[in-house]
Design a protein around this ligand. Structure first.
Ligand SMILES: Cc1ncc(C[n+]2csc(CCOP(=O)(O)OP(=O)(O)O)c2C)c(N)n1
Ligand SMILES: [Mg+2]
Length: 350
């Protein structure tokens, strides 16, 4: 299907009004309802972490509101052994892959957490913009050398595409046909810098051409469209046909982080226009219209999710403080001698 896709038009299956305009993927109703629940989970979780931060119970947090469809849709087509290397914005992508909410909460609290387990094949959330794209290509090349059937997916923001790392990653992946999918979550802003300041080309996905990669633009607030496009690109990488660059057009409804005030740089009119494209409302309408979900199930599900998150918060707050010695333990498989000495000094001093 990727042949049908182009950077000329934005691929879409459901319009913001919930009208079907593309080919629906053949998926069971339970799958669709479970995805809907995950999007609600992502939003409630994000809101809760913002509230905890405001009360001094959480570190700086980067909300994902508005980007639930892109975050879920990019992770949903992956097999458990495929790899994901993404940024601080993709908390929902990680949760869907089975990373524990506690891992995310510890990470945002500033703990050195060991809960990003290798079994989930997710690298820890990356803050250094675009560095994860290189890590993703490295993993993809390792998979290729070892003749493994898995692929890597790497995700960054629109602002991160201006980093040298992003360009190096695309170039290397293009030349060596790495089994990887690059996804750019174009949410309109890099903190206060608008998307227009990152590149003069019309779509970020067009930049793939310069590296020999096919690119496509997808409506990032259309869960089924993101799923479909990423599933095709993953299949392409798995078949040995090389990397793809996908641009998901979405919008960050909240602040960049709990340390940011977006009212200083963007208009209410822009926010209101994007509120009409809400990814959860769009998918909900689709499910209700098709009788896959009813209002009562929906209400019950929201309450369940809130209760589940409340329990997670209680577990999180009962966690012991960080053991400083752990700082040394997560970086190297074999700790170098100077770090072993520093670790012993630290333990002795504490
Ligand atoms: C290499 C590097 N430079 C600068 C920063 C500071 N910084 C953190 S987030 C951010 C904006 C990123 O915007 P974008 O890539 O669009 O991702 P978004 O936050 O919108 O998801 C910047 C400049 C950083 N983390 N890393
Ligand atoms: Mg951005």
């Amino acid at each position: 299907m990727l042949q049908d896709l182009s950077t000329e038009r934005m691929y879409q299956i459901l319009t913001p009004e919930g009208r079907v305009v593309g080919e629906l993927p053949d998926l069971p109703a339970e799958q669709l309802v479970s995805w809907y629940r995950w999007m609600i989970f992502g939003r409630v979780f994000s809101d809760r972490l913002v509230a905890l931060q405001r009360q001094g119970r959480m570190g700086t947090f980067t909300p994902l509101n508005g980007q639930e469809a892109a975050s879920l849709g990019l992770a949903a087509p992956l097999q458990p052994k495929d790899w994901l290397a993404a940024s601080y914005r993709e908390t929902l992508s990680y949760l869907v892959r089975g990373v524990s909410p506690l891992a995310i909460m510890e990470w945002y609290r500033g703990y050195i957490t060991q809960r990003f387990s290798r079994e989930k094949h997710c690298l820890p959330l990356q803050v250094v913009l675009a560095a994860q794209t290189l890590h993703g290509v490295g993993i993809a090349m390792a998979l290729k050398y070892e003749g493994k059937p898995e692929v890597a997916v790497t995700v960054c923001g629109d602002g991160a595409t201006s980093e040298p790392d992003f360009n190096d990653a695309l170039n290397f992946a293009g030349v060596f046909k790495a089994p990887i999918v690059f996804i750019v979550q174009n949410n309109g802003w890099a903190i206060s810098v608008p998307r227009q300041r990152q590149t003069a080309v019309e779509h970020i996905a067009c930049r793939g051409v310069g590296f020999g990669l096919p690119g496509c633009v997808v409506d990032g607030n259309d869960l089924l469209a993101v799923y479909r496009v990423v599933a095709d690109a993953v299949a392409r990488a798995r078949a040995g046909d090389g990397p793809t660059l996908i641009e998901a057009i979405t919008y960050r409804m909240g602040a960049h982080s709990t340390a940011d005030d977006p009212n200083k740089y963007r208009s209410q009119a822009e926010l209101q226009a994007w509120a009409k494209r809400d990814p959860i409302a769009r998918f909900r309408k689709f499910l209700l219209d098709r009788f896959i979900l009813d209002e009562r199930d929906d209400g019950r599900m929201c309450e369940e999710v809130k209760a589940e998150i409340q329990e997670i918060v209680e577990t999180y707050e009962a966690l012991p403080p960080q053991n400083p010695a752990q700082l040394f333990e997560v970086l190297y498989a074999d700790m170098p001698p100077q770090l072993q000495r520093q670790r012993l000094d630290m333990v002795a001093a504490s």
